[in-house]
Design a protein around this ligand. Structure first.
Ligand SMILES: *[C@@H]1O[C@H](CO)[C@@H](O)[C@H](O)[C@H]1NC(C)=O
Length: 272
């Protein structure tokens, strides 16, 4: 009897122990997932989800804004039924790194015969443009000029270009103009208007035009002339097979295009 009682007691103890240890295991097993749940449920989710959703909305918003403004710009350029002057026909806006380029912003009045000529390509700031009449007169062919015009230089450059076009028939007929600037000094490029409107030729009030009258915006802001971009722009935008990439400080020789094309045909005294 005693033995059995003792046995029973023992077995009870064992059971208790067993059940205790079972309980412990259970509690440990329960502890782990609840801990995990706390981690994933309370710590990461609200913060991370909130931040990522904000970021997502932000990125989407920017993307949509860029897309829609670009679209609107193109729509306005292509879909305008009213007769527009040559210069304000479709132009392309492109962003490269921190620069924005408006390609073919002002177009030449005549189309060059692309096979029998070559293009003079250059990049400059508007103060260099005073060399243009002389260079165009010597070149007598299509020219592609990219003007670096950040901030208020944009309007000044456009006015200068319009003056040159008015005064010089060679420039009017043969030069296509591209303008580029830093995104942070851009003349609200997301809604760029026609060059005439941007230059405010139609209105008499000139607003900020006189602000940098002594020097350029570029020089006041100590902005470097972007060399690699200038290099790229110089060589890219022409339709002709041959391009002379140059500076506005070098004048081409008179009648150089036909002479150069003659040279290409020349095969040497043996005719090879
Ligand atoms: C414009 O370029 C053409 C060749 O494309 C040339 O024949 C013409 O003389 C140029 N215009 C002027 C006014 O020099």
């Amino acid at each position: 009897m005693e033995i059995t009682v003792e046995n029973e007691e023992l077995s009870l103890k064992k059971r208790r122990q067993f059940s205790l240890s079972e309980n412990m295991v259970e509690s440990q097993q329960q502890l782990l997932p609840t801990n995990l749940a706390v981690f994933s449920g309370r710590r990461t989710s609200p913060l991370c989800a909130f931040a990522s959703s904000i970021l997502f909305i932000y990125v989407c918003g920017i993307g949509f804004y860029l897309w829609s403004s670009n679209f609107a710009c193109r729509l306005r350029n292509f879909g305008d039924p009213a007769p527009v002057s040559l210069s304000s026909l479709a132009f392309d806006i492109e962003q490269r790194d921190r620069y924005v380029i408006i390609k073919n912003y002002i177009k030449p009045a005549i189309h060059a015969d692309e096979k029998n000529t070559m293009t003079f390509a250059t990049a400059a700031i508007f103060t260099d443009l005073s060399h243009m009449p002389e260079i165009c007169g010597k070149w007598q062919g299509p020219m592609s000029v990219s003007v670096y015009a950040p901030g208020s230089d944009f309007k000044t450059a456009l006015r200068k270009i319009f003056n040159l076009r008015l005064a010089n028939s060679c420039i009017h007929q043969n030069v296509s103009w591209h303008l580029y600037f830093d995104t942070e000094f851009s003349p609200s490029w997301r809604k760029i208007k026609s060059p005439e409107e941007e230059a405010e030729l139609t209105t008499t009030t000139s607003g900020s035009y006189d602000v940098w009258i002594k020097g350029t915006f570029k020089s006041h802001g100590h902005l470097p002339f972007p060399p690699t971009l200038a290099e790229m722009l110089r060589s890219k935008k022409s339709k002709t097979k041959y391009v002379l990439v140059s500076d506005l400080h070098y004048y081409p020789s008179i009648n150089i295009i036909p002479r150069f094309l003659e040279l290409l045909k020349f095969k040497g005294p043996t005719g090879e």
